[in-house]
Every structure is written in structure tokens, then in C-alpha cells.
Design a protein around this ligand. Structure first.
Ligand SMILES: [Mn+2]
Length: 319
């Protein structure tokens, strides 16, 4: 097995200077940060005369397609493997089998990082792994052109919820400011990243909001997503829908009931109620503020009745 060595970012830069033919790995179910890291680092390495390419278990989504401009497609046999924003080798998805034990350098910002690479650099004070890649690119002396800057900005902006989360620091803003100086259209980009929704998504929201049911003096809210509804949008949009009930002021427990082949799966989110306990009543589990459980061979109405009763009891027990 590998024995991981923690190194400094300067040592990571030195490792890069002394090697070539880089394969940069992003995590499966990719987000703006892991792709922001891989595309910017790949482009930066190419700009200093290295060969580099990117691999991910899943494709780049349409929303992030502009990142492709940061890199030139190159074919070669990889010699040095770097993972970015990957907290655990299992998160490489289907690439784990081939590359899980072959990573030379892991760069990450997750406190929960489980070492799997030969060399590891983790900074859990970075709001996004893209913040670390920004520093690494400076150390390498690579140019921050507009195409690379837009990838790094995407990583930082998406992992901080557009600079809203508590993880955002003065440094986060300073780096974002330097990136904005590189000249991309920040307003247009933020629209694509944070405000733009597909028409199918809006129509789904309309339906979901219309059918949302409140209970327990409006402290509980439940929505039902049938298979037919979910098939009308892509999975990224369904995740956004799941957070709708808890966005409502005063809602203590938000429940999303999704249709599955053999019944229904409930996801619960709460502010104070222990929904792990509530879901435990039905053989499910999870975390105190986010948990789930299944209801097999039942109609939505039957499952809903059981959920509303259990959640109402839990809300009443709060007092
Ligand atoms: Mn990240």
C-alpha cells in the first residue's frame, strides 16, 4: 500500500517542475470546483511546456462547457498523476480501479481527506480547491490568461455558493479579484452559474410548489416527485428541487418524497428536529439534520400519511 507523505505547496510545485506527462483526475459527480481545478491546472501546465490532460468518470456538463477553452487536447502516455478536490479514492468513481493506487500528488481542501496518493497537500482553510490551484499556478510561474482564470473563478464561486458560505475568507475575495482582472465577463458567468434555470426546471418548480403540502402549523412541508416529473429534467435540477421546502421561512422539516421502482424514498432536512430518529422509525438513517428512509409497496398517499404523522410528533416534541 502507498504511504502518503504530506508536502508543502512549494514541494508540490517542485514535483511538477521535475516531471511531465500529467494526467489530472477530477472526482465523479463533478462540480465546478473539481473541474475548475483540473482545467486550469491542465492549461497552466501546457503553458509552461508540459504535456497534460484531464480525466473524470463523468462528462463536463453543458453549463461548464466554456472550460474546454483553457486546454489543448493532447495524446500521450501518462507518467505523473495528480488528483484535484478528491477527498477519497472511492470518489474517483469508475476511475478508481485503474488510478486509485497510482496517484502521485493529491491536492485537496477537504478536512475529511483520506490519504491515497504518494504525496498529499491538503489545506482545509481553503474555501475551494481552486484557491490552492491558484497559488500553485503562481508558484509555477504560469500565466493566468482569461481562459484559465475563468475556470479558477468558477471553482471558487461555486464552492462558496457565490461567496455566501461561512468558508469564504478575505483571501477568497482577493484571489477572485485578481482573477476578475484577467478580463472575463463576470456578470454573464455568474448568471450562467447561479441564476440560469432550464425551462423544464421552472415548469417542474411550478408544479412542485403548486402541489406542496404544509402540515404541523406550517412547520412541515412535503413535496412528491413522481418518476414522470423527474424524467422531465436532469439530475442536477432535481437536487435543486429537493432544497425548495427548507428555503421557506418557518419550515422546520422539509420532506421530498421521490418515486422509486419499488415504492418511495423520503429525504428529510431540518433545522432543529432530529430527522435521523424520525427516519429510523422507518428503518432509514443518515445525519441529525439530513436523513432518508424508504417506503416499499405503498402508494404516495400511504407513505405521506405515515411521514406527516411521525414528523408532526417530532416537531411537537421539540417544545
Ligand atoms: Mn471543492
Amino acid at each position: 500500500m502507498n504511504k502518503a507523505t504530506n508536502i508543502t505547496l512549494e514541494q508540490a510545485a517542485e514535483l511538477i517542475r521535475q516531471n511531465d506527462d500529467f494526467l489530472i483526475l477530477s472526482h465523479a459527480n463533478p462540480d465546478g470546483d473539481t473541474f475548475g481545478c483540473s482545467y486550469s491546472l491542465c492549461g497552466a501546465l501546457q503553458s509552461i511546456g508540459k504535456r497534460a490532460r484531464i480525466a473524470c468518470a463523468d462528462p463536463l456538463s453543458q453549463r461548464f462547457s466554456y472550460m474546454k477553452k483553457a486546454v489543448i487536447p493532447q495524446e500521450f502516455e501518462e507518467k505523473t498523476i495528480i488528483s484535484v478536490d478528491v477527498a477519497d479514492k472511492a470518489l474517483l468513481g469508475k476511475l478508481e480501479e485503474v488510478y486509485g493506487d497510482k496517484v502521485d500528488l493529491a491536492i485537496d481542501h477537504h478536512l475529511s481527506h483520506v490519504p491515497f496518493a504518494k504525496h498529499v497537500y491538503v489545506d482545509d482553510t481553503a474555501a475551494a480547491a481552486s484557491e490552492i490551484i491558484y497559488d500553485l499556478i503562481q508558484l509555477l510561474g504560469a500565466d493566468l490568461n482569461e481562459n484559465i482564470a475563468v475556470c479558477l473563478y468558477t471553482g471558487i464561486a461555486t464552492d462558496t455558493g457565490c461567496f455566501k458560505y461561512g468558508s469564504t475568507t478575505r483571501l477568497t475575495h482577493e484571489k477572485a479579484g485578481k482573477l476578475i482582472d484577467c478580463g472575463f465577463d463576470m456578470g454573464a458567468l455568474n448568471y450562467v452559474l447561479f441564476d440560469m434555470k432550464s425551462k423544464a426546471r421552472i415548469l417542474l418548480e411550478q408544479k412542485v410548489l403548486q402541489d406542496m403540502e404544509f402540515f404541523a402549523d406550517d412547520k412541515g412541508a412535503i413535496v412528491v416527485l413522481t418518476e414522470e416529473l423527474m424524467n422531465s429534467v436532469d439530475s442536477e435540477d432535481i437536487n435543486g428541487i429537493s432544497s425548495l421546502p427548507r428555503e421557506i421561512e418557518g419550515v422546520e422539516v422539509g420532506v421530498v418524497l421521490k418515486q422509486r421502482e419499488d415504492g418511495w424514498k423520503a429525504s428529510m432536512r431540518s433545522n432543529n428536529v432530529n430527522v435521523q430518529e424520525v427516519c429510523g422509525l422507518f428503518g432509514g438513517g443518515g445525519h441529525i439534520r439530513a436523513a432518508g428512509c424508504s417506503f416499499k409497496n405503498m402508494t404516495a398517499e400511504e407513505a405521506k400519511a405515515q411521514i406527516i404523522k411521525a414528523v408532526t410528533d417530532a416537531i411537537n416534541n421539540l417544545k
